[in-house]
Design a protein around this ligand. Structure first.
Ligand SMILES: O=C1O[C@H](COP(=O)(O)O)[C@@H](O)[C@H](O)[C@H]1O
Length: 256
């Protein structure tokens, strides 16, 4: 069955509507931001593209916006499309327009990919920069896995069960050495992307998987439900050292 390994902890919360979900997600992010900024003076968070920035919209509203020490945020991307930062397909542009341009995060704490490089070059460059930040103590390293340990990774899931730019049946799903990998044949456009790999995703302290809508219901069922013919979708491989929480609306959870 395509379910989470039994030894790992995860929680599932199902919300009547998207408004309730985004409110709860905002509280969850604020609590973690406060936990890590008071513990070590920094909060390392990886953003996804797609719907995620829209799901984070409540962070810009009271009381959440004033409860966050934005200057302590260190912002990364779980995956990025290899397009200019000004392009409509850029996950950076999505986050800049929908979140980052409105809050006082120092520009030096926002780690966009280098959009002047090829997919290979951008992945190498991003991994090199992550390694530098580990050596400076901005990002911690998991003593268990030896991979970087982000405080929070925010994941979406496509109807095919992909997370980040890790697609069903693609060899990148099995990458176990690289921190950041590139893909040139993404089944979802645009084809060229870079992505954090599963060992990095699964080293994080907290992960939230946020899924809404009927189109995702089959994949949610395949990952979390009881299935006669299990297929191990990428979302089923999200199994962090820390805690995983699924935020689902009732449409996404309709087949559970
Ligand atoms: O292409 C991508 O898709 C996934 C899922 O997007 P969603 O709109 O279905 O939530 C996203 O998480 C990823 O960052 C993005 O590059």
């Amino acid at each position: 069955m395509a379910s989470m390994p039994e030894t790992k902890k995860f929680a599932i919360e199902i919300f009547e509507g998207e408004d309730l979900l985004v409110d709860s997600l905002a509280k969850y992010v604020v609590d973690l931001s406060n936990k890590f900024t008071s513990k070590r003076g920094a909060f390392t968070v990886c953003l996804s593209g797609g719907s995620m920035i829209e799901y984070l919209r409540k962070l810009l509203e009271s009381p959440y916006v004033d409860s966050i020490e934005w200057s302590k945020w260190q912002v990364f991307w779980l995956d990025e499309r290899v397009v200019p930062k000004t392009h409509a397909n850029s996950n950076y542009k999505l986050a800049l327009d929908g979140l980052l341009s409105t809050v006082p995060i120092p520009p030096g704490n926002v780690y966009a990919i280098n959009d002047t490089l090829s997919a290979e070059g951008a992945a190498d460059d991003y991994e090199t920069r992550l390694r530098e930040l580990v050596s400076k103590g901005v990002i911690t390293l998991s003593p268990t896995s030896g991979f970087p340990k982000f405080d929070l990774i925010l994941l979406g899931m496509g109807p095919d069960g992909h997370v980040a730019s890790l697609f069903p049946g693609h060899p990148l799903v099995h990458e176990n050495k690289r921190w950041v990998a590139f893909i040139k044949d993404s089944p979802k456009p645009p084809p060229e992307r870079i992505t954090l790999t599963f060992p990095v995703i699964n080293s994080c302290a907290y992960a939230a998987l946020v899924v809404t809508g009927k189109d995702e219901a089959d994949a949610v069922h395949s990952v979390l439900g009881k299935s006669e013919n299990p297929v191990k979708l990428p979302a089923a491989l999200v199994s962090p050292e820390g805690e995983l929480k699924w935020f689902l609306d009732k449409d996404a959870a309709s087949k559970l």
